[in-house]
Design a protein around this ligand. Structure first.
Ligand code: ADP
Ligand code: MG
Length: 679
């Protein structure tokens, strides 16, 4: 590593460099932390008669002959043996030169799994090479590297071998710290993992429990923590408007509500209120299960900004949800004298001009969809940007909203709970507030799983349900491949249900309706003029109709867990007993079965998210996060939770007491990607 922090380059041909770059290997440092997936033990020869046992082994045999057979399919069959016994090597694809190498009398070392076939011991497609009579054995395990087409493990092996001798393996943890953490030195750990000596217990290596692995995994999560922590601290250097309430607007809102805050809501508001009064921008995530009451908290935060003389923006991902927020907040705040503006894609030109003018002038709260971040939308004094269902927006969109002001405070809200380990790692640069309490009077939701051949029973159940004065949702299957097909299905379902339930008023809402048509249907449902609302997933987020207490979801197996949880959360909002019927089509795959089991057994969104994380890995959770936040390659969020917790503490210490080493550590692990994080 040179003094300016740049990484030592890899010495290789242009063509090879290109291939390396494709898998993210740009520098010598990248090579050094490109670790083997597994190892093969070629330091030993196993006699053929002792080669059974499921583990791949190396044998050394003399070829007795080979022939190409055509039945049952084309294959090359090689007969060979050593002093202890005979074996067949079988290849279903092969080159003529391989056939030549495997000719009678050749001495061959073959590596693979030995099976007892019909004709005795055999190896299928072993890796092999011809050796001389007295060829020595390797003295190290053979590392197998993650590779791609066009880049073999053995090419990587050579390059990495070179990097191990010429590269920079110096430690970035000060000795004292390293001893305190009981971690081995980096140089030793990397050398060991790339070149484990003979006799190493491969199980502890493959299970990644070995101290050398602990060290590498720790360094990886430390790099992540350092970069997130640094981004967090950098934000504090920026100035932001100090939003201190100048009047009692918030108190008056509270007085006017028909309910008091839950303890959790009050705590959340206290935290947010304190943040807003700081001279640097808040970046806080407000998490709360579906129905936890995040909107009121957001409204109170907006009140504080408004009362301090600034504007608040409130952005939601769908037209339906944004409009619902608009109507509710207007209803709450206009009587208190707050000027509320509304921006959505569906506004007519004239109305849009008026709302834009208000936003640029004296509107105090501006609510809307993505329309808020379009060019041409100017805020007079944006002090607080609120984003509902933040996981539905990309980074760029959240950034665009922030850019509408001069470092406004940010409040992000989500009902998709981030499991603890994720919050500790990928979201470490955010402050998180959790609403861990639902408002009183919620009724538990009964979940039923029903096979689709009992659809008629479900339809009958709806009839009874409506007779009792309640309303129901019927959510149509998700058809990801085709929007047209999705619409068709919704239309068909609507007609079928209308025919099956002639006495009921059935409505239909889907993503293709014009905004005002959508609004009209939703308003009719909210007013009780529709009994059964057939919907595509447009109702997924935020819709609030307390009298609807039955949710039917068709082809539930096609939905993601958080989606099912969100949909289910549309009911259970009034005083009536609620249920959710998940109709599934069999036969179910293993993952689908597990997913339905999780949603059936759990009502707590956090627990569902945790199990989902285990099932799917973090990729989908962090998908819409900053692309510069590196996915962990070696550490596992669940298994290595203690390492993550440890790295969190150490990051703080490194950044204050060992700045240069911290910088070097980031360079080694993130290299060019670190730039992305800073931008
Ligand atoms: P979410 O967190 O899913 O966005 P909402 O903010 O939409 O939840 O709140 C769900 C429902 O609960 C709304 O009808 C809201 O008015 C109501 N609510 C919110 N807070 C309370 C409370 N403290 N007591 C009673 N009802 C509440
Ligand atoms: Mg909400």
């Amino acid at each position: 590593m040179t003094t300016d922090g740049a990484q030592a380059p890899i010495r290789a041909s242009e063509a090879l460099l290109k291939k390396l770059a494709k898998i993210g290997l740009h520098s010598e440092a990248d090579l050094l932390v490109h670790l083997p997936l597994r190892y093969e033990d070629e330091t030993r020869i196993t006699p053929v008669n002792r080669a059974f046992g499921g583990e791949p082994v190396q044998i050394e045999v003399i070829v007795q002959g080979n022939e190409v057979q055509y039945r049952p399919r084309r294959q090359m069959v090689v007969r060979a043996g050593d002093d202890s016994g005979d074996i067949t090597l079988r290849f279903f694809s092969f080159y003529p030169n391989q056939q030549a190498v495997l000719s009678e009398g050749s001495r061959i070392r073959a590596f693979g799994e030995v099976r007892g076939g019909f004709f005795g011991a055999e190896m299928v497609h072993p890796r092999f090479r011809k050796v001389a009579d007295d060829e020595s054995l390797p003295t190290e395990m053979t590392p197998v590297y993650p590779a791609t087409a066009g880049l073999s493990s053995s090419t990587l092996q050579k390059l990495i071998g070179k990097a191990l001798t010429t590269g920079d393996l110096s430690d970035t943890l000060p000795d004292e710290l390293r001893h305190r953490l009981k971690l081995p030195a980096l140089a030793r750990s990397l050398t060991f993992l790339h070149r484990p000596p003979p006799g190493t217990d491969l199980d502890t290596l493959h299970g990644r429990n070995h101290p050398a692995w602990q060290r590498v995994k720790f360094d990886e999560v430390l790099a992540q923590q350092l970069s997130l922590r640094r981004a967090y601290l950098a934000r504090r250097e920026q100035g932001a408007p100090v939003l201190r309430a100048q009047d009692d607007l918030g108190a008056r809102l509270l007085d006017s509500l028909p309910f008091g805050l839950t303890g959790a809501q009050a705590r959340a508001m206290a935290e947010i209120g304190a943040d807003l009064a700081q001279p640097y921008p808040m970046q806080r995530l407000l998490q709360g299960d579906v129905g936890a009451g995040k909107t009121v908290v957001a409204a109170l935060a907006a009140c504080q900004a408004i009362s301090a003389g600034w504007q608040a923006a409130f952005m939601a991902p769908t037209e339906i949800l944004a409009e619902q927020h608009y109507l509710k907040l207007k209803d709450w705040l206009e009587p208190l004298g707050v000027r509320v503006a509304w921006l959505s894609g569906s506004l007519k030109a004239k109305a849009k001009r008026e709302q834009l003018a208000a936003t640029a002038a004296d509107a105090q709260l501006v609510i809307g969809t993505h329309a808020l971040i379009q060019e041409g939308v100017d805020f007079a004094r944006l002090g607080l940007a609120i984003v509902d269902e933040q996981h539905r927006f990309g980074v760029a969109q959240r950034l665009a909203l922030r850019k509408k002001g001069n470092n406004p405070h940010q409040l992000m809200m989500s009902a998709t709970p981030i499991p603890r380990t994720l919050a500790m790692s990928y979201y470490a640069d955010l402050d998180v507030t959790v609403l861990d309490e639902l408002p009183p009077g919620r009724t538990p939701i009964k979940t039923r799983l029903v096979a689709d051949n009992r659809r008629d029973d479900v339809v009958g159940f709806i009839g009874k349900h409506v007779e009792e004065g309640r309303q129901a949702y019927w959510v149509c299957p998700l058809i990801e491949e085709s929007e047209a097909l999705q619409l068709q299905t919704a239309q068909d379902t609507y007609e079928q249900l209308s025919a099956d339930l002639p006495d009921l008023r059935v409505g239909l809402v889907h993503g293709r309706l014009k905004a005002d048509e959508k609004q009209a249907v939703m308003a009719a449902f909210a007013a009780g003029d529709i009994d059964v609302l057939v919907a595509t997933t447009v109702i997924e987020v935020g819709v609030d109709v307390p009298n609807a207490s039955l949710m039917v979801i068709e082809h539930a197996e096609r939905f993601g867990l958080s989606q099912l949880h969100q949909l289910r959360g549309r009911v259970g909002r009034g005083q009536y007993e609620s249920s959710c019927v998940l109709i599934y089509a069999g036969p179910l795959g293993e993952i689908a079965r597990q997913r339905l089991k999780i949603i059936f057994e759990n009502t707590d969104g956090f627990e569902i998210a945790r199990q989902d994380l285990q099932l799917r890995g973090p990729g989908e959770f962090v998908g819409s996060r900053q692309s510069g936040v590196p996915l962990l390659r070696y550490a596992d969020l669940e298994m290595d939770a203690d390492l993550i917790a440890m790295a969190r503490e150490v990051a703080e210490e490194m950044l204050t007491a060992h700045t240069a080493l911290a910088e070097k550590h980031l360079q080694r692990w993130l290299g060019s990607r670190e730039e992305l994080l800073k931008s």
